[in-house]
Design a protein around this ligand. Structure first.
Ligand SMILES: Nc1ncnc2c1ncn2[C@@H]1O[C@H](COP(=O)(O)OP(=O)(O)OP(=O)(O)O)[C@@H](O)[C@H]1O
Ligand SMILES: N[C@@H](CCC(=O)O)C(=O)O
Ligand SMILES: [Mg+2]
Ligand SMILES: [Mg+2]
Length: 473
């Protein structure tokens, strides 16, 4: 609900709230926070912000120019349910104190600029995003580094069958079998109460909720459904989603991961993103073309597919992301679109004849992405498609298993690694930087950060599987 700074300050006074927790997102996508005694916040805080040291935030400033200001968004004010002492929390964007400008590497600022850019084009005034982030709920996770190797074990709440780890005490046998069902009822589903608590906590946090269910993987994979929202709001909601899920799980003695492929040979976790454009309250993607889509909607898809290899550097930004994007696990590998084919990276879901539900679903993204950057980048790609009338080609409505190798080879694939996606971004970023939404400095710093901190360190480390392959060679 929209709130003014005065309303928030009155709320703090009326409820005698002593602690204000301000949260903001770093470049890779983790919420950072700082708590203030209530008298540190006044009306100025909502315009000028509160100073902090930006040099320790990943991907931001050098030590010699470290001062930044966090500016709370009063519309996000709510009570943090995970604090013992009643604590009012708000989500912040970041300003440069010297110039008073919004910081060009702040992901929430980039997201706001993308929504503004859309309005400026005159194409539409609103974009809606509906992300579906899947996750694994484990009893236990152990990872670490020995002298010669790195290792991990993950145990699901549903038992240990899929991890191969011997456990004392056996099990009761209620476990979803491998590829044998999606959401069986309890006692096979053991996470009903946890998911319900997660969903209701999210609602109390102000996130519009829809549903929760078990997901396809046999090892404790789950999904909660939140309702679509405007660009920045939807990214805020997604951050609350992850915060609530992790903290409720911890309360139950469980642990959660959003990494896209924690378990070899089972379904990974995606974050499909549903999206639609609107103008003057009217949906712009409903029409009389393929699957009841409009020409504008098809061009938007054309933009997403054309820029997908580069786009994935933001929507699938980790080395683990590319272990999910392989055939056989409902994750997309084909850069194509379709009404029903889940191996296509863009799906047009059935909307029951309701034009307001007409949307596309981009199935590539995963929840290791920074949602502000991922949504902004997808919107820029879609707008580029509309502006340049990019034809998405023919839909992929055939079963790909019926295609000959020659036919299959004609369908472009998702990049095979983070390195390949970053290389694509290096070559194809005009659709981002040409809009003024992403600065060239930011795109460059993103590529450098990902190579230096993720791609190269991964390449240098011996992988556990190499021991099984090569130890006794
Ligand atoms: N017009 C719209 N624009 C954008 N998002 C929308 C629109 N209408 C519905 N949505 C959102 O789309 C998402 C649909 O999620 P849902 O889980 O039903 O999708 P699904 O792809 O069928 O599921 P799954 O991939 O798990 O099979 C929700 O977040 C919903 O609010
Ligand atoms: N888990 C699948 C998606 C399953 C589904 O369609 O819900 C993925 O990696 O995208
Ligand atoms: Mg799903
Ligand atoms: Mg989906």
């Amino acid at each position: 609900m929209a709130k003014t700074p005065q309303e928030v300050l009155k709320w703090i006074q009326d409820e005698k709230i002593k602690i204000i927790d301000l949260k903001f997102i770093d470049t890779p996508g983790i919420w950072q926070h700082c708590s203030f005694y209530y008298d540190q916040l006044d009306e100025n805080s909502f315009t000028e912000g509160i100073p902090f040291d930006g040099s320790s935030i990943r991907g931001w400033k050098a030590i010699n120019e470290s001062d930044m200001c966090m500016v709370p968004d009063p519309n996000t004010a709510t009570i943090d349910p995970f604090c013992k002492e009643p604590t009012l929390t708000m989500i912040c964007s970041i300003k440069e104190p010297r110039t008073g400008e919004w910081y060009n590497r702040d992901p929430r600022t980039i997201a706001a600029k993308a929504a503004e850019y859309l309005r400026g084009t005159g194409i539409a005034d609103t974009v809606y995003f509906g992300p579906e982030a899947e996750f694994f709920l484990f009893d236990d996770i152990r990872f670490g580094q020995t002298e010669n190797s790195s290792y991990y074990f993950a145990d699901s709440v549903e038992g240990r069958w899929n991890t191969g780890r011997e456990e004392e005490g056996g099990n009761l046998g209620y476990k979803p079998g491998y590829k044998q069902g999606y959401f069986p009822v309890a006692p096979t589903d053991t996470a009903q109460d946890i998911r319900t608590e997660m969903l209701l906590t999210m609602a109390a946090f102000g996130v519009p909720i829809e549903k929760h269910h078990h997901e396809v993987a046999s090892g404790g994979q789950n999904e909660l459904g939140i309702k679509f929202d405007k660009l920045v709001n939807s990214a805020d909601n997604l951050m609350i989603y992850k915060y609530v899920i992790k903290n409720v799980a911890k309360k139950y003695g469980k642990t959660v991961t959003f990494m896209p492929k924690p378990i070899f040979n089972d379904n990974g976790s995606g974050m499909h993103v549903h999206q639609s454009l609107w103008k003057d309250g009217q949906p712009l993607f409903a029409g009389d073309k393929y699957a009841g889509f409009s020409q504008m909607g098809l061009w938007y898809i054309g933009g997403i597919l054309k820029h997908a290899p580069a786009l994935l550097a933001f929507t699938n930004p980790t080395t683990n992301s590319y272990k999910r994007l392989v055939p056989g696990f409902e994750a997309p590998v084909n850069l194509a679109y379709s009404q029903g084919n889940r191996s296509a990276s863009v799906r047009i879901p059935l909307s029951g004849g309701n034009p307001k539900a007409k949307r596309l679903e981009f199935r590539c993204p995963d929840a290791t992405s920074n949602p502000y950057l991922a949504f902004a980048a997808m919107l820029c790609a879609g707008i580029d498609g509309i502006k340049n009338q990019i034809d998405p080609g023919e839909p992929l409505d055939v079963d790909i298993y019926d295609l000959s190798p020659e036919e299959l080879a004609k369908i472009p694939s998702t990049p095979g690694s983070l390195e390949a996606a970053l290389e694509a971004l290096e070559k194809d970023h005009e659709f981002l930087t040409g809009t003024g939404v992403f600065s060239a400095d930011f795109v460059e710093s993103w590529i450098e950060y990902k190579l230096d901190n993720e791609v190269n360190p991964m390449r240098l480390r011996p992988h556990p599987y190499e021991f099984s392959l090569y130890y006794d060679c």
